[in-house]
Ligand binder design. Structure first.
Ligand SMILES: [Zn+2]
Length: 452
């Protein structure tokens, strides 16, 4: 009798062990869609933490929240990886007005992340509209003492709005440097969106230590059009910008990590991740609350189903993606030191919309292998495996030979909300969000079993 029971137990456990990839995919899908736990997690993150700008109290709360949630998800180990992060504070004042023929028109603006503040009364200068850096260079002496207004819109013919963003965002990132080179005293940048509305979107801007730092703000697309029309009508339009933003010394903080340790090859890592910080506008529900809860949900689903991955599946909630990428850099340094082998990293940082597939950056052999999982991923509609992809946080692992994979959700609405007061939980659909988590669970599971 005892032998029979033992045999049956062995048979049962080997049956469980011998589940095919498509059986596991089916179980992950069913459990995910039954519970919709990613959305519950996101609701909790937004209501109990809120915005999570690096260096803020909100970010520190998010660290503790992330640690607790990874523990609750059943991770075998959870830890905090130290990292120094920047501290930039918007402050209460962000105002701009245009003055034309004695009339004053208020412009809806917000400070760009990292900008310096202005003197109390602001900076005032005649405004010059430009569309690219060649036009700025060509201004030469004419730019001295002026405000440069970057007004190149998104290319609306781009199907993927991420590409349109990529084609416009250098105005925001490097606009202040280029304008300061020719002696400008401030910068206004058209908001990075296809939407025509009165909501300015923030986002990172840079300075160069050898070039004068000048204040920089985003202007809503409606007011960018209005300002452009004023300039077309009247030559001498002046603008005053007032900002109270300030940068403080770096502060110590953490990236949050939790994992299911591989049963046979614990030192081979399949990473899933998103960034725990957000901007201080809205609540970072899509950017990147979605990536955070996707990653935690991967751990929960796999643990709940008592699946035992051969290789380690590790969820990483990166610190400070938005204004410094310190978390991504520090993690890559950590990965190098541990001697672990990061086989693949899957990043979710493009919103919680219905996922369509994954973008993959690697050699053609490994790309083909990942593409061969298309039929498995079809179960949640994420079978489009495209060349090229990854993400800001995992990008620093590329030099270690890691396969870079980015989750690709539907992109049409993302930049309507991105980095603005519009990025709130009512823009996230519970089922759409869960599909991302399930797709990441399936892909991380098969990679943990098959290697890459
Ligand atoms: Zn993001």
């Amino acid at each position: 009798m005892k032998t029979i029971i033992l045999c049956l137990t062995f048979l049962f456990s080997s049956l469980v062990f011998a589940q095919t990839h498509s059986e596991v995919a089916e179980l992950l899908k069913n459990k995910g869609l039954q519970d919709l736990q990613a959305y519950e997690l996101l609701k909790d993150l937004i209501s109990s933490v809120g915005t999570r700008l690096s260096g803020s109290e909100g970010y520190e709360k998010a660290v503790q929240w992330g640690k607790k949630q990874l523990e609750l998800a059943g991770a075998d180990s959870v830890w905090l990886e130290p990292v120094m992060i920047p501290k930039w504070v918007r402050g209460p004042v962000e105002k701009a007005e245009a003055c034309v023929s004695g009339k004053t028109v208020e412009l809806t603006i917000c400070a760009l992340g990292g900008t310096i503040g202005t003197p109390k009364g602001g900076v005032t200068g005649l405004v010059i509209e430009v569309h690219n850096f060649d036009e700025v260079k060509a201004l030469g002496e004419k730019a001295k003492g002026k405000i440069i207004f970057y007004n190149r819109p998104f290319d609306r013919t781009k199907v993927n709005t991420g590409e349109a963003y990529g084609g416009a965002v250098n105005q925001r990132a490097n606009g202040a440097i280029e304008a300061a080179k020719v002696g400008a005293i401030g910068v206004l940048v058209r908001t990075m969106t296809n939407a025509l509305d009165d909501e300015p979107h923030t986002g990172m801007m840079r300075y160069n230590d050898t070039i004068m730092k000048i204040p920089a703000a985003a202007v809503s697309t409606i007011d960018a059009n209005a300002l452009s029309a004023m300039i077309a009508q009247e030559k001498n339009v002046s603008v005053t910008i007032q900002l109270s933003a300030k940068t403080f010394p770096d502060v110590p903080s953490f990236t949050v990590i939790g994992q299911i340790t591989g049963s046979e090859k614990p030192n081979e890592i399949i990473l899933v991740g998103g960034h725990l910080d957000s901007w201080d506008k809205g609540t970072g529900a899509h950017d990147d609350g979605s990536g955070v809860v996707h990653s935690i949900e991967v751990i929960r689903l796999i643990k709940f189903l008592k699946l035992k991955p051969t290789r380690t599946i590790r969820a990483v909630l990166f610190a400070n993606e938005e204004n410094g990428s310190r978390g991504g850099r520090a993690y890559a340094a950590f990965a190098k030191n541990t001697g672990e082998k990061h086989l693949a990293a899957i990043e979710s940082d493009a919103g919680g919309f219905l996922p369509r597939g994954f973008g993959v950056s690697t050699d053609s052999i490994r790309f083909d292998k990942i593409r061969s999982y298309s039929s498995l991923l079809e179960i949640v509609g994420t079978e489009k495996i495209k060349k090229g992809g990854g993400g800001e946080d995992i990008g620093y692992l590329e030099s270690l030979g890691t396969v870079m994979i980015g989750l690709n959700p539907e992109s049409q609405r993302y930049f309507d909300f991105h980095h603005s007061n519009h990025d709130t939980i009512d823009k996230v659909h519970p089922r759409e969000l869960e599909f991302g988590a399930i797709a990441m669970s399936i892909l991380s599971w098969v990679l943990s079993q098959d290697g890459i």
